[in-house]
Design a binder for this molecule. Structure first.
Ligand SMILES: Nc1ncnc2c1ncn2[C@@H]1O[C@H](COP(=O)(O)OP(=O)(O)OP(=O)(O)O)[C@@H](O)[C@H]1O
Ligand SMILES: [Mg+2]
Length: 167
């Protein structure tokens, strides 16, 4: 694997909900049409909290609810946003929610529990692993798996620094 094709990564420490949301918001401000963000973490790790920040950064107005029961929610921001939750569905059910169509729709897509169907995620997407639950300090471990998501990670890091998070 050459340096050009190697995965790039970054780790952030998040001491609280507001911080996780602010990191998401910084990502949302630089997210582009077609970008896919895969969120992984235990129950209550902060995936929805992070996704709410992303939506806010994209300019989505109003409350962004957890899609645990609806599976997919669609929002309008600077670009369209699909917020997907795979907790209740297996890879065999993805056709039923038109998952591949969502990925190809030109909207940005944020997927909670993406590790439930890793083989269905695009090769070049940004993986965000949130470690910790309850009152624990969270660790956000980010891996960019291709050139497109690596560029996105660079933009995100710059934006987070500008916003005073993630230094
Ligand atoms: N550093 C932190 N970052 C994010 N959330 C935190 C943090 N510290 C505490 N919390 C709390 O953890 C909870 C995270 O809930 P959230 O719904 O975002 O998790 P989730 O990963 O989406 O869970 P689920 O798997 O049920 O969808 C919230 O109650 C939040 O207040
Ligand atoms: Mg959630």
């Amino acid at each position: 694997m050459t340096a050009e094709h190697a995965a790039a990564g970054r780790q952030w420490r998040s001491p609280g909900e507001a911080y996780t949301r602010a990191l998401g918001e910084a990502l949302g401000r630089v997210l582009r049409a077609g970008d896919v963000v895969a969120l992984v973490g235990e129950l209550g790790a902060g995936k929805t909290t992070f996704a709410q920040g992303v939506a806010r950064g994209l300019g989505v107005s109003g409350y962004v609810a957890s899609p645990t029961f609806t599976l997919v929610r669609e929002y309008r921001g600077r670009v369209g946003l699909y917020h997907v939750d795979l907790f209740r569905i297996g890879p065999e059910d993805l056709g039923g929610i038109g998952f591949d169509e969502l990925l190809d729709s030109g909207a940005a897509v944020v997927v909670e529990w993406a590790d439930r169907a890793p083989e269905r995620m695009p090769r070049d997407c940004l993986w965000v692993y949130i470690h910790g639950t309850g009152s624990e300090v969270r660790s956000l471990q980010v891996t960019a798996c291709g050139p497109h998501s690596r560029q996105l990670l660079d933009l995100w890091e710059e934006e987070a620094e500008r916003a005073g998070v993630g230094s």
